[in-house]
Every structure is written in structure tokens, then in C-alpha cells.
Design a protein around this ligand. Structure first.
Ligand code: ATP
Length: 424
């Protein structure tokens, strides 16, 4: 179970051990003669775009190793994916729904799986995906926990989800680089009080200012998060009518439209992308300069993932949130998160936070102190009884990119440089 901040390079962290493991085991005998394929590794991700991105990365990492990587996700023609699978597969990257389909058609068997990775593991195990994941991992022909290596990765890991996840693991290590659920201090976070009715004009001001300050009067890539699919379409239309080339990505668009939107955004053709949470996790889009939370999410972990679309791989980024009376429950966790990442918290937000009930706000975390987030087995509520669990961790006082580790307290039972331990 591994936790590290957004943009810190978790994809490589689970791909490399899988690829090197497979290079050693590639020649193991797999059943022949049927149309069923027997991958050795399975990587599951919550969105089609993310699974596609992992596929591209894993293919790069396995260049000239002979390791075959195939992707399967919904919304795209299954026949093409079946043909790819028939050519051979060592690592299958998939979204849960399409994988269940392939398993039920008996075109994929999990019998030979040696490595199982769940990217965005907390999302994969929350209410939406848990039944599908249980089916894939526990009710098909996947070898049991001790017979395969299971890796769960995310930038956030609420305690309840850790507890669920432990069903899929045996003797596991909890590895935290920095604090669980913290945001990187490479991102400058700003919170502005904006009434619902003023949001559009406020966004327009931001975008105008961005063009004025930008390079050659060009719009910097800006990702705008909204709450609903309808809201995304309406805002895109409004932006377009006001002379800002924008596009949208959300669950009501066809896969083709989603992919087109992403390409158009990446290339700068439409430098504003209005998105729902479907784009909140994992997407690694170079040069996103600004993330705007037009509508704030209810959960602070979702905020962490959203702003994490900028400030990646050692680069800096800007995140602006529009806060108003509808977001009161977020005041406290947001203040704590910002303080922890050495951000300036506006006095008015501090006041709202101190008025909020202890532990207030819709959060998957239990307890009021978000930085209690850590290996749940360290909590008194966990009975160790028969468990063989053991702990490991990385005490990281600086990031992988040499940035001084203001917000990085070390994920283990001690800390240096005067930083507070994640266990505190
Ligand atoms: N050692 C490295 N040096 C430089 N760049 C790196 C290194 N490792 C990864 N990267 C780059 O950093 C970027 C972010 O990596 P990645 O998408 O794996 O982050 P992540 O931790 O999975 O983030 P998220 O939590 O948002 O999913 C990628 O563009 C990747 O190519």
C-alpha cells in the first residue's frame, strides 16, 4: 500500500517492479489452445483516459524487453481489444467494467496473475467500484493474496478504505512518501470568496489576466473543475460565446469526444478544459499551469487530486478555488491542508474553519485531524491478533525532485529536520 503526492511518479513506481518481475517469469508455461489469454500482471485504473495513459507509459518502460502490454477499457470497440489480446499479453491494463466483460466472455483468465496493481486504489475501493473489484479479485480465478504481489497506489488513502483494502493483501507494507493525503507545496493554492452568481464573471477576469500575463498573449492551459456534466457543458458554451476556446470532458460524452477533447486541450488548440471529476485523478497533462475549482468538491481528497493536475514532476503550478457559503464543510480540512503545504490561508477562511464543527465536512476520513491519516494498523482500533503485518516507510525530508520538504514530514514513526511525523 503506497502513498505519495500527486505528480511524484507513482506510475513508474508500480510499473518497473512489474516489468522486471515479468522479465524473469515471461517464459513460464501458460495454458494453450483456447482463445483465452493469461496475463501475468493486471493494472486496474478508474477511468478510461487513465488506463490509456498507464498503457502508453508501461509500453515505453518495457521497450525492447519483449514484455507485451495491452489495454482494455469501455467505450471503445471490444473487437479491436480482443485482437490485441490474441497477439499476446503479459501486462493487462484495464478499467474494471471492461475487464469484467472480458472475464465473463472467458477471453481473459486471471489464473496466472503474479502482479496486481490498483492505481488510485482508494477510488477503486470506494462505493462505486468496490463490488467490481471484489468480483475481479475475489470471485474469479485470481490467485489468492499470498500467491500474487498486490500493489495499491494513491496520493490519498482514507482509513476506511485502507481497512477494506487489507482484504486483498497479505503481510503488506504501508509505504508513505510524505504525508498521506497531503498536497505538494509546488502548487500555489489560492482561495477566493465568490458568490454562485459571480463565478462566471470572476472566471472571465482570471482568464483575461492570464492572457495578459501569458507568453505571446496565449492562454496558458487551464483546467476548470465543475460539479455536474450539465454544468460543464453550460460553462463551455458560455466560455466559447465569450471568445475563450474551451472544450469539456465528462461522463456523458462519447469516448471519442472525450479523447478528442483531451487531445485538443493538450495541444493548446482549446487551452481551457472544463471537466468533472472524471479528469481529477491520475491524468498527467504537461504544462497545465492553472487548475480552477469553479465548484469545489465536497471531499478534501478530491480537491487534492484535482489540484494535483498541475505542479507535476517538480514543476510549479497554480490552483484557484471559488469558495462560498455552499462549501462551509470544506473550510476546516482545506485550511489544514493549505497550512500543511505552507500556503497562505486567507483570514476569512480561517474564521470559517474555526467556526466549523470539529471533524466537520463530508470526508471519508474519520477523526478530525486529517494528518492522522496513515497506516490504519497503527491505530488502537486495529486488533493485531493473528496478523503478521509489518511496517515500512520512507522518511522523506525532501521530494524526489530536490524540492525542500516543507510539507513532507516522513511517512514513518519518526521524523527529522524538525518536521512532524505522520504518526503524530
Ligand atoms: N524520476 C523522474 N524524473 C523526472 N520525471 C519523472 C520521474 N518519474 C516520473 N516522472 C514524470 O512525472 C510525471 C508524473 O508522474 P505520474 O503520472 O506517475 O505521477 P503520479 O504520482 O501517478 O500522480 P497522480 O497521483 O496524479 O496519479 C510524469 O510526467 C512522469 O513522466
Amino acid at each position: 500500500m503506497a502513498c505519495a503526492q500527486t505528480g511524484s511518479g507513482k506510475t513508474a513506481a508500480f510499473c518497473f517492479p512489474i516489468i522486471s518481475g515479468i522479465m524473469r517469469e515471461q517464459y513460464v508455461q501458460r495454458p494453450r489452445g483456447s482463445r483465452t489469454v493469461y496475463p501475468l500482471a493486471l493494472i486496474l485504473a478508474p477511468t478510461r483516459e487513465l488506463s490509456s495513459q498507464i498503457h502508453v507509459e508501461a509500453k515505453k518502460f518495457s521497450y525492447q524487453t519483449g514484455v507485451k502490454v495491452v489495454v482494455a477499457y469501455g467505450g471503445a470497440p471490444i473487437n479491436q481489444q480482443l485482437r490485441e489480446l490474441e497477439r499476446g499479453v503479459d501486462i493487462l491494463v484495464a478499467t474494471p467494467g471492461r475487464l469484467v466483460d472480458l472475464l465473463e466472455r472467458a477471453r481473459v483468465s486471471l489464473q496466472m496473475i503474479r502482479y496486481l496493481a490498483l492505481d488510485e486504489a482508494d477510488r477503486m475501493l470506494d462505493m462505486g467500484f468496490e463490488p467490481q473489484i471484489r468480483k475481479i479479485v475475489q470471485q474469479m480465478d485470481m490467485p489468492p493474496p499470498g500467491m500474487r504481489q498486490t500493489m495499491l497506489f494513491s496520493a490519498t488513502f482514507p482509513k476506511e478504505i485502507q481497512r477494506l483494502a487489507s482484504d486483498f493483501l497479505a503481510k503488506y507494507i504501508f509505504l508513505a512518501v510524505g504525508r498521506v493525503g497531503s498536497s505538494t507545496d509546488l502548487i500555489v493554492q489560492r482561495v477566493e470568496f465568490v458568490h454562485e452568481s459571480d463565478k462566471r464573471s470572476h472566471l472571465m477576469d482570471l482568464l483575461h489576466a492570464q492572457v495578459a500575463n501569458g507568453v505571446h498573449g496565449k492562454q496558458a492551459l487551464t483546467l476548470v473543475f465543475v460539479e455536474t456534466k450539465k454544468g460543464a457543458d453550460a460553462l463551455e458554451h458560455w466560455l466559447y460565446m465569450n471568445g475563450f476556446p474551451a472544450t469539456t470532458i465528462h461522463g456523458d460524452r462519447t469516448q471519442q469526444e472525450r479523447e478528442l477533447a483531451l487531445r485538443s486541450f493538450k495541444s493548446g488548440k482549446t487551452p481551457i478544459l472544463v471537466a468533472t471529476d472524471v479528469a481529477a485523478r491520475g491524468l498527467d497533462i504537461p504544462h497545465v499551469a492553472h487548475v480552477v475549482n469553479f465548484d469545489l468538491p465536497n471531499d478534501i481528497d478530491d480537491y487534492v487530486h484535482r489540484i494535483g493536475r498541475t505542479g507535476r514532476a517538480g514543476k510549479s503550478g497554480l490552483a484557484t478555488a471559488f469558495f462560498n457559503e455552499n462549501n462551509m464543510s470544506l473550510a476546516r480540512p482545506l485550511t489544514e491542508l493549505m497550512q500543511e503545504a505552507n500556503q497562505e490561508v486567507p483570514a476569512w477562511l480561517n474564521r470559517y474553519a474555526s467556526r466549523a464543527n470539529y471533524g466537520g465536512g463530508k470526508s471519508k476520513r474519520s477523526g478530525g485531524n486529517r494528518f492522522g491519516a496513515r497506516d490504519f494498523r497503527r491505530d488502537g482500533s486495529f486488533t493485531r491478533g493473528t496478523s503478521n503485518d509489518y511496517y515500512s516507510g520512507v522518511n522523506s525530508s525532501s521530494s524526489a525532485y530536490g524540492v525542500p520538504g516543507g510539507g513532507y514530514g516522513g511517512g514513518y514513526g519518526y521524523s527529522n529536520h524538525g518536521a512532524t511525523s505522520a504518526w503524530d
